[in-house]
Write a protein that binds this ligand. Structure first.
Ligand code: TXA
Ligand code: MG
Length: 315
């Protein structure tokens, strides 16, 4: 299949509206979109990514009026979060509208809904004739794509079109909050922090998958994620480590002596934005080990920590 590259939201939406699969930019990471009214295109998204069919997709909307096409019920917790954080890097899990096909929600009674703030995403979604189901636009298991070039690297020849935008400004996938039950639950940490959520919903709980036999609340959490080919090891600036050849480092502190390449980030925002791009760059440079500084478990540090732990296979 020929994968078209375009800067035009109109051309990209034409592909999607005629049943195609289109990658598009958002402020978190690039998404791989299919219209929820195009079942064949939804299957193609799963095939192109190599994604297991039991891992549901997030549905993207461009305005609040579209919410009713996707969700059947919006409780008071959800309303408060929508007022405060939509559009933006937040996905809400809500009771689904029966119009949303089972292939999108992997048979669940709930659906993840997000309204991205990125203006190119908004313009593209507004030209699409139905809400757009979209996982991150990367091969399953690999780090999410934060630039159109990374999307193209993974999916060229497997999808219909890539809408070229700027690199994602956040670089980490959206915060996911389940709002379909009696208590809101943080399922995935992201740029909307737990502290920000607690300011709106003090009773929010954090999902802890404590028992292996217990089905995870978010099906995707059980799969290996975000992993570069290189091994991930954690580095604490107070320790001395013996660095082997072909090693790299990313973090806020100075790098350990002896690494062949490193990225020192000025703050957590930059760390989050650069992380997946750095993983991909290290793979391209045949780096064997990436030493990563684990930030503290507060603010944006929680999301970065989560991705690092998953990438290292410890989560
Ligand atoms: O920032 C993002 O969220 C990006 C952009 C493209 O919007 N999307 C993204 O999608 O990260 P994906 O498919 O890579 O991750 C979505 C996660 C998966 O872990 C999936 O299991 C979970 O959301 N999810 C989707 N629908 C759900 C539902 N109804 N209940 C619980 N978890 C759900
Ligand atoms: Mg993903």
């Amino acid at each position: 299949m020929q994968t078209a590259l375009t800067d035009s939201t109109e051309i990209a939406a034409d592909f999607l509206n005629s049943g195609g699969v289109v990658a598009f930019p958002t402020e978190t990471v690039y998404g791989l979109g299919a219209g929820i009214c195009h079942p064949e295109a939804i299957s193609k998204v799963f095939r192109a990514k190599g994604r297991p069919g039991d891992n549901p997709l997030i549905v993207h909307i461009y305005c609040l009026e579209q919410l009713a096409d996707v969700a059947a019920e919006i409780n008071s917790d959800a309303r408060l979060l929508i007022e405060r954080f939509f559009p933006g890097p937040l996905t809400l899990v809500l009771k689904k509208n029966p119009c949303v096909p089972d292939s999108v929600t992997a048979g669940l009674e709930t659906v993840g809904v997000r309204c991205p703030a990125n203006p190119v995403a908004q313009e593209f979604l507004s030209r699409c004739s139905c809400p757009v189901a979209a996982p991150s636009a990367n091969l399953s298991g690999l780090p999410s794509a934060t630039s159109w070039e990374s999307v193209y690297e993974d999916l060229n020849g497997k999808i219909d079109c890539v809408l070229r935008g700027k690199p994602s400004t956040i670089g980490l996938e959206s915060t996911i909050v389940e709002c379909s039950g009696s208590v809101p639950i943080l399922l995935r940490a992201g740029a909307i922090t737990l502290e920000q959520l607690q300011a709106v919903l003090p009773e929010i709980r954090v999902n802890a998958v404590t028992d292996e036999r217990e089905a995870p609340k978010s099906p995707g959490l059980k799969y290996p994620h975000y992993a570069p080919k290189a091994s991930i090891l954690f580095y604490n600036a107070n320790e001395t480590v013996a660095i082997g050849p072909s090693s790299a480092y990313i973090g806020l502190s100075d790098p350990p002596e002896g690494v062949s390449l490193f990225r020192i980030c000025l703050n957590l925002e930059e760390f989050g934005r650069e992380l997946f791009r750095f993983f991909r760059y290290c793979d391209a440079q045949c780096i064997k080990v990436i030493y990563c500084e684990l930030p503290a478990d507060t603010g944006l540090g929680r999301a970065i920590r989560d991705r690092l732990l998953r990438a290292s296979g410890r989560h």
